[in-house]
Design a protein around this ligand. Structure first.
Ligand code: SAM
Ligand code: SF4
Length: 341
């Protein structure tokens, strides 16, 4: 996608380093590990998933150092992801240290919730504000199939534990995949009628290693929305933060909301405010483009804070405008679990 000319001279207000298009980056998504206790069919191949050697991963000290430097540069929002972030050793300490940096206003996590039942209270106490939980269906048998072995009952307990711990508002992420869970979207949306939750429907993205699922599986947000409107009547629009990629709606009279995240049919690159840190210490500039800036090797070679800050600043400046997936580009190099979705 080419940047529209009207966008080029604008500078997004707020904190954080700026890219060459004037967009400010204040949101860092941090992959804590490339490993996972599920094998979701749109994220990892059934067999042959290759994980990186542990010595290539950032240590806790390296990770905390990079996050502290990003806080100094004006990043205010952090999200922990993976792979599955809850399997990272010392997670509670990592949360506590990250939240303690001056300038960090919000720390959240995206998780499959399998382990949240026992972790939610400690995570909240350590400073985790919110969680987004990935759950594609309420049917335990289908759930097991889509996650290749996941236990729905434990995930549901994890969601309850997060809510009881006050990690609200609860947001659920559902990747809609044709002939897998596209018929289940109304059941997911119905959860919002008497709960103050947001159920978000994501378009599947073509990531490395799972291309076949993408090509057969894409269901656009428009299609999901019309399926919901057949069931519930016209959805009502809800205004949302412009940097939130979800377009938000409500079933008439419902307590909660429904979000549509449409990276394929309606990319939101124009308002992008985020970069990612991979578990092996690369600043990933765009989810769907291979451009990365290696921070780990310079850190291990003895780089000073000033040199690291400069590398992050110049990396952000080079952030690509957007992806070209709708035009047929397939060039992520890494899978979603290695980048941190
Ligand atoms: N394991 C955690 C989880 O599943 O929530 C965090 C990592 S996961 C890679 C982050 C998000 O990416 C999840 O909401 C997941 O559903 C989503 N995701 C994974 N592969 C995807 C794909 N090919 N297209 C769209 N979303 C995807
Ligand atoms: Fe694991 Fe999350 Fe990928 Fe599923 S989507 S395999 S839970 S990293």
């Amino acid at each position: 996608m080419v940047a529209p000319v009207s966008i080029l001279p604008q500078n997004t207000p707020g904190s954080g380093p700026r890219d060459a298009f004037g967009r400010r980056m204040n949101y860092l998504r941090i992959s804590l590990t490339d490993r996972c206790n599920f094998r979701c069919l749109y994220c990892m191949p059934a067999i042959g998933m290759k994980f990186q050697p542990r010595d290539e991963m950032l240590t806790d000290d390296e990770l905390i150092r990079v996050v502290g430097l990003c806080a100094k540069l004006g990043f205010t929002k952090l999200r922990l992801t993976g792979g599955e972030p809850t399997i990272r050793p010392h997670l509670i300490d990592i949360v506590r240290e990250m939240k303690a940096f001056d300038g960090i206003e919000e720390l959240s996590m995206t998780t499959n919730a399998l382990l949240l039942g026992r972790l939610a209270g400690d995570l909240k106490e350590a400073g985790l504000d919110r969680v987004n939980i990935s759950i594609d269906t309420l049917d335990p048998v289908k759930f097991k199939m889509m996650t290749r072995g996941g236990r729905f009952d434990l995930v549901w307990q994890g969601i309850q534990a997060a809510e009881a711990a006050g990690m609200t508002p609860i947001k659920l992420n559902t990747v809609v995949v044709r002939d897998q869970n596209d018929a289940d979207v109304a059941d997911m949306a119905r959860l919002t009628i008497d709960r103050d939750w947001q159920v978000r429907f994501l378009e599947i993205m073509p990531m490395e290693g799972v291309g076949v699922v993408y090509d057969a599986g894409l269901v656009t947000s428009e299609e999901t929305k019309s399926r919901l409107e057949t069931e519930f009547g016209a959805l009502e629009p809800v205004s949302a933060d412009p940097s939130d990629p979800a377009r938000t709606w409500r079933i008439p009279g419902a307590r909660g909301t429904i979000g549509f995240i449409s990276p394929i049919s309606a990319p939101f690159c124009e308002s992008c405010n985020r970069v990612r840190l991979t578990a092996d210490g690369n600043l990933r500039l765009c989810l769907l483009r291979p451009d990365e800036v290696n921070l780990r090797d310079m850190m291990r070679a003895g780089a000073t804070d000033a040199e690291m800050l400069q590398r992050v600043r110049s990396g952000v400046w080079r952030k690509p405008w957007g992806h070209r997936v709708a035009e047929g580009e397939r060039n992520t190099i890494r899978g979603m679990s290695q980048i941190g979705g």
